[in-house]
Design a protein around this ligand. Sequence first.
Ligand code: SAM
Length: 218
Amino acid sequence: MQAVNAYAQNALIQVPGLEGLHRMTDILLSERVPENGRVLVLGAGGGMELANLAKAHAHWTFEGVDPSQSMLDAARLATSAHADRICLHHGTISGASSGPFDGATCLLTFHFIPLAERLDTLKALRQRLRSGAPLVLAHMSFAQDDASRDLWMKRHAAFAISNGVDPAQADAGRVAMLERLHLLAPEAEEAMLAQAGFSGISLFFAGFDFRGWVAYAG
Ligand SMILES: C[S@@+](CC[C@H](N)C(=O)[O-])C[C@H]1O[C@@H](n2cnc3c(N)ncnc32)[C@H](O)[C@@H]1O
């Protein structure tokens, strides 16, 4: 994994199993993306998945989209060795080209998207994919009753602390995440994927408060 920037280093200590998640993402995409395939990366900031996938697949080309200029700048730096095959756009899914793409990823991003925009975002991803193309989607998702929200966010903080994060900082992060993130239970995520036109929806990753699915454009 090319963890070359501060964002990537922080992600690795906050997200259980992140290196495995990236390797599984590559395997799941590789099942269906052809040798010269075109891949859409939504929430491409930081560049971790772009750098990993571009390094592993010399003939894939990529479009990365992110509304944060600083995260896009970090992605540009992290992927400079593959710049000729990566097009980065500032914006949300509506700013992505129409494709069609052979596969898409959206990692650690959906919990930042307000619930009211989730279905339209999934539909917009679906519209940009060839029929049968995979979407690999992973972010925070767990039961949303008050007790579960409290417990899983405490576990998230405990994982960060176990990796050396200052406890006060981890607790401040826990409070901020509870206030700011837009979270859904796994069943609601799967129902929304189906509503957006995806099929073959399979959970492939569960690491504490994170879940990952692969689904196919119907
Ligand atoms: C935690 S980072 C994950 C970046 C990268 N996908 C990874 O796994 O390392 C979340 C990213 O989602 C981006 N983001 C927030 N809202 C978004 C939206 N509506 N559409 C696309 N990306 C968004 C943020 O700017 C940020 O770069």
